[in-house]
Each structure stands twice: as C-alpha cells, then as structure tokens.
Design a protein around this ligand. Structure first.
Ligand code: MN
Length: 502
C-alpha cells in the first residue's frame, strides 16, 4: 500500500493552434514526444511523464484538463507552448484543472542553427513568445504554478523538474492520506494540537481517532509463531542485547514489542492508514510504549508523531513519499537539548524512543531501558546515532486560520564525544546559519519542537509542495537575516489574511 508510485503519471500537454497547418503540427507532435522521451530518460524523473496529443482548440484543452483532474493516476500536468497557442483557449481548461501545474518553458533545440536559420525554423520554434502568452493567462488566473525555463539536456533543469514532480507526489499523497490516532494529544500541549477539519480541507489528510484498547486487544491476539519469526528478523538486523535474545532474562519484553509491531502494522494495513500517532499518557492495557515497533514502521514508510502529534506524523509520511528512492532518510524528531560550546554550537535531537533508523548507516543496537515516565514496563528500542549528512528539519504548525510550514537547513554531524549513556537513538546537528539565529527565527515563527528531520529532502521540493497547496513556507538557511525573516512573517500574515476566503 505504501509503495504505489509506479502507477502514477504526469501528463505533458503541448499547446499550438490550427493556423500552422498539418505539416507543422506533425512536427510539433513529433518534437514534443522527443522532449518527453528525453525527460523520461533523466535520472531525476521519478514518475513517468505521459505525452498527450497536441492541443489546438479550447474544447480539447478543457477536455484534457478535466481528464487529467479525474484520472486517479495523473498527479500533475506539464504545459509547453512549442508554437503560439492563443491563451484565451486555455482559460476554461486551466480553470478546470485540479492537479499541480508546471509550465516548462523550453525549446526542442538547445543551440540556434545560426547559419541555416530561416523562416521555417522561426515558424516552428516560437516558445520564447508562445510561452509568454501562456504564462500571461496563468498569471491572470492566479493559478498555483511552477515555471521552469531551460533545456531538458541540462541536468540542473531536469533536477528542478524532478523536485517539482516529487512535490506533486507529496500533494497526491496528502490528498489520499489516512492517519490513525491512538488516543488524543498530550494534555495541555499547544503546538501538537490543531484543527483536523482544516487539515483535511487544506491538505486532504483524513485524521481518525481510535481507542488504544482496540490495539491492545489486537496485540493479545498475535500468534506466537509470527512473533518468533519477527524476533528472528530482529536478531539478524540488529545488535540485540544479551538480555533480550532468546534465552535471555528479558526475552519476553522483546516478544511483546514484536507483538505490538505485528498488531499495529495489521491495523494500519486493514484500515488503509499510512500514518499514525501514539500518546504515552494514554496506553490503556499496553504493557510497553511502542518503541522498536514504531521505529520499524517508520522505516517501512509510515508517518509517525509522538504525543498525538498528527501534523508531524502526516508531514513525515508526505516527506517519505516525496523522497522515495533517494539517498538518506527521514525521521520523526524533537529538538531535545543544546551544546552551546566550547566549539561550534549544536542541537542534540532525539525522542523518548521513536527515531527512524533510515537516518543512520549504523547497525542499530536493540536494547531495553526504563522510560522514567508513564509508569509502564520498560520498552524495547533501537539505539543509534544519525549519520553525518546535509539535511533539514521541517515543522508544520496550525496558526488558527491557516497552516505554516517552517524549515531549517542543517548539517548532521558526529557527536563531539561518544554518547555512552544515552539509551535512545539521536541526531546531532549544526543548524544554519547558526544555532542562535536558527533558534531565534524558529521560535519567532512559532515553530514546533517536533519536526521531521530529513537527509534526503530538497528544500525546492518542500517549497513547491507548499506552493501547490498555498501554504506558507518559511525557510531558515545560510542567508537568513533576522530582521528580514521577521518582516517576511509580518508581510505573509497580511497576504494570507487577504487571500483566505473564509
Ligand atoms: Mn515529544
């Protein structure tokens, strides 16, 4: 259920008009097919781009846009005006379009044939003005859109198109995302709460609550032989501590955590859920907080948020879908504690247990330790350090009338010294542009303490995703200046007040 991207398509729409005559239109068709073929060969293209017949009438344009919007496999369209296509013909079609839109401003040739350049060539290769006419109507209609100019032979251009395609994947994921919450949000916490109906209207995510005891009952029903098989898998994949292995004094604790994993995964599959939350304050009859179980389900692609944090859970699932197949990983994360110095300031991020092993190259240790909170049995967890890499942390906040996405470029680094006594998985990072300016900006923006840490997400993809949904995205980077960042938040506040219809 989590891996269905190979069915998805992006439709490529080429605009023209009948005035050119049959011969030119055949060339337009052939050449636009060549563009699509080259784009599909690029390693940046993660979803198949499907060429559609050249559009020359308002009726065909509207029909194709409506088909793109109703076909469940079509997650976006790319438009290109190889020749001139009067843009009034596109009004009805673009207004009917319900999928993300990329305007690719390109040409069949990269180089001009200077010496053989004649009027036939000029007649055929008119994107320089044809696409400006097309862009005008997109601007008049004020459509959420991305414009990329350049030639498909340029890897930079294809990388940007690839980033947008991944954003369209995220949009499609959000539209179809079902999230299961076990219990409510942690009591009294502000930032993890929010308006779930607004989230469904804005993002498409359906957020559904279940009593934790439904899961407890399912855990108790798990067959012993399936637990034995899963425990064998643990012993193969992880450094399982001697007290937890078969014959060890606390082996039954490992078996219980395996039963949680089996029951939880079945619950999610049966219900069509791709993200979930737990709450350590509300574990019902569960004997342990799900630790190892949650870590493994995140590694399989599920979204997760602790303490009932459905926003971060949904965001993690969306980011995992947008980064599928890329190097690195993405995890639920929490800014935990700081190293102000000596040396370069750093953040140590972790959670009580639930950090996803996709952000490490280490072979995780599987251990059991007391939780010190919640009054339950000691939970089994994976322990590791995140592998050094470029990355980002991303938060999603409900501001009351709208949502805000906040991101920060980071450099995941090695801990200064070995974390010999830390009994949970962790990541240490240097936030850009500095710990002080990052933290001041993040806090000024009302950013959450829960985030998604990703070492595979491109910020351009996140930005495209936010633009598709008309959600604010604030990005803290090497070039962030405190006053400008705060001014941007104030100006954006006015924009979103004026642009919000309700
Ligand atoms: Mn937390």
């Amino acid at each position: 259920m989590l891996d269905k991207q190979n069915q998805l398509e992006i439709w490529f729409l080429t605009g023209s008009q009948s005035l050119y005559g049959e011969e030119v239109l055949l060339q337009v068709a052939k050449q636009s097919q060549n563009v699509v073929n080259s784009m599909n060969e690029s390693p940046s293209t993660s979803i198949r781009i499907v060429w559609k017949p050249v559009l020359t009438t308002a009726e065909d344009i509207k029909k194709t846009c409506m088909e793109a919007s109703s076909n469940p496999n079509c997650i976006g369209v790319i438009t290109w005006m190889h020749t001139f296509s009067p843009a009034k013909m596109w009004i009805a079609g673009l207004n009917a379009l319900q999928v993300p839109l990329l305007h690719f401003h390109t040409q069949i040739n990269s180089e001009l044939p200077w010496e053989s350049l004649d009027m036939d060539f000029m007649n055929l290769n008119q994107a320089a003005h044809g696409d400006r006419e097309h862009g005008h109507i997109q601007a008049r209609l004020n459509l959420p859109r991305k414009i990329i100019a350049g030639h498909e032979s340029d890897p930079q251009v294809m990388s940007r198109i690839g980033n947008w395609i991944r954003a369209a994947v995220g949009w499609n994921e959000a539209q179809n995302l079902k999230l299961a919450r076990f219990g409510d949000n942690m009591r009294y916490v502000a930032v993890t709460d929010g308006d779930k109906t607004s989230a469904q209207i804005t993002l498409g995510v359906s957020i559904e609550a279940y009593g934790i005891n439904e899961l407890c009952a399912a855990v108790d029903r798990v067959a012993e032989d399936s637990i034995t098989a899963l425990v064998a898998e643990y012993e193969e994949l992880y450094e399982v501590s001697s007290e937890l292995v078969k014959g060890g004094a606390r082996h039954s604790s490992l078996r219980y955590q395996a039963a949680i994993e089996i029951a939880l995964e079945k619950f999610l599959i049966d219900g069509g859920f791709s993200a979930f939350t737990t709450n350590f304050e509300d574990l019902g009859n569960l004997k342990q907080l799900p630790g190892l179980a949650v870590q493994r389900l995140m590694a399989k692609g599920y979204g997760f948020g602790g303490e009932g944090d459905w926003k971060t859970s949904a965001l993690l699932r969306i980011i995992k879908s947008m980064t599928q197949g890329l190097v690195g990983g993405s995890s639920f994360m929490e800014d935990y504690t700081y190293h102000f110095g000596p040396g370069e300031p750093k953040v140590l991020g972790a959670h009580m247990l639930e950090v996803c092993p996709t952000i490490t190259d280490q072979r995780p240790k599987c251990e059991i330790h007391p939780l010190g909170i919640g009054g339950k049995d000691d939970p089994v967890r994976l322990v590791f350090n995140a592998t050094p890499a470029h990355g980002c942390v991303v938060g999603l906040m409900d501001l009351g009338g709208r949502f805000r996405i906040l991101s920060n470029d980071i450099e995941v680094v090695k801990p200064d010294k070995e974390l010999k006594k830390l009994p949970v998985a962790s990541a240490v990072w240097k936030p850009k542009p500095s710990l002080a300016l990052s933290a001041e900006s993040w806090i000024f923006a009302g950013g959450s303490h829960h985030t998604v840490l990703s070492t595979s997400l491109e910020i351009e993809t996140l930005n495209d995703f936010a633009n598709i949904l008309n959600i604010e995205h604030l990005h803290i980077s090497d070039t962030t200046v405190s006053q400008s960042f705060q001014d941007q938040i104030k100006w954006n506040g006015i924009y979103f007040k004026l642009s919000t219809t309700s």
